[in-house]
Ligand binder design. Sequence first.
Ligand SMILES: [Mn+2]
Length: 314
Amino acid sequence: MRIQGKEAVMILSKFDIGAGKKGAADGPQAVRDEVGKLGLVFDQYESLDNISLTTRDIPHEFGKHIEMILEASLKLNDTVQGSITRQKFPIIVSGDHSNAVGGLSGLKNAWPDKRIGVIWIDAHADLHSPYTTPSGNIHGMPLAALSGLDNEKQKKNEVSEDVTYYWNELKKLGVLQLSPKFDLRDLVFIGIRDAEKEEWDIIEKMGVRTFEPQDIKEHGIYYALNQGLKHLEACDLLYISFDADALDPNVSVGTGTTAPDGLSIAEAESIFKTLLNHPKTGAFEITEVNPHLDIKGKEMAKVIARLLHYGLTK
Ligand SMILES: [Mn+2]
């Protein structure tokens, strides 16, 4: 399987401790199995195991398992960076969305001088920081970590010294200690519909380009893709992140945080086809498939596998 003329590597990052509900750690293997059943074979597979919550783990209120997440993120960063350095194209299938920190950091650390644009296909904005998070779950914070955003102006939480330390380390993830990895002006949201006020304020202030499902219904998915890509025209590379909850709950049957009025399968097919094959795409991530929450068994993994197959072969 070649993508952008490069050998494709599927990186299975099996950690889910950034989510409130556990079980997404088994999502990557389920997707790999279903992809295999469709006859899609990658040149290489890399597997990173879930981090076990040892006695070292302290249940921090505003950054749950942040020390362990830092450790897991560094492994993913190194794996993605290594694949890109060896001229491979990484498809990252991850547990929960906190994995995006390691994924995008790996792309940036492989290409430190390139300007990275991000297309985030998700029901949520994932723009909280420890200072604003209502849940403490890190899967709601990856875009803030990656863009170096603390949003202390809208501070709600008294964050401990420990969490502050690990949060700052997460922002600088990778051997080069770069932060930010990208600028929020180079961010496009597709499918966003369930965000908190602090997040909408940042979106407005930073000029993040957003396409809500209603915009997509009205103008079509290619309008969103074309306008989104135009917004990122000055970027050298793209990081694509697809959260399964971007899909409508009638198809996103196995994921932790569903939201009504999501994307259709046909819209998602167009997204996969366009963005997997876009010459600037440097890494493509799929996340938040949770077979343990799947009311139809492996349906969510099957849906994702069919989307990958469609994007890579049609
Ligand atoms: Mn997400």
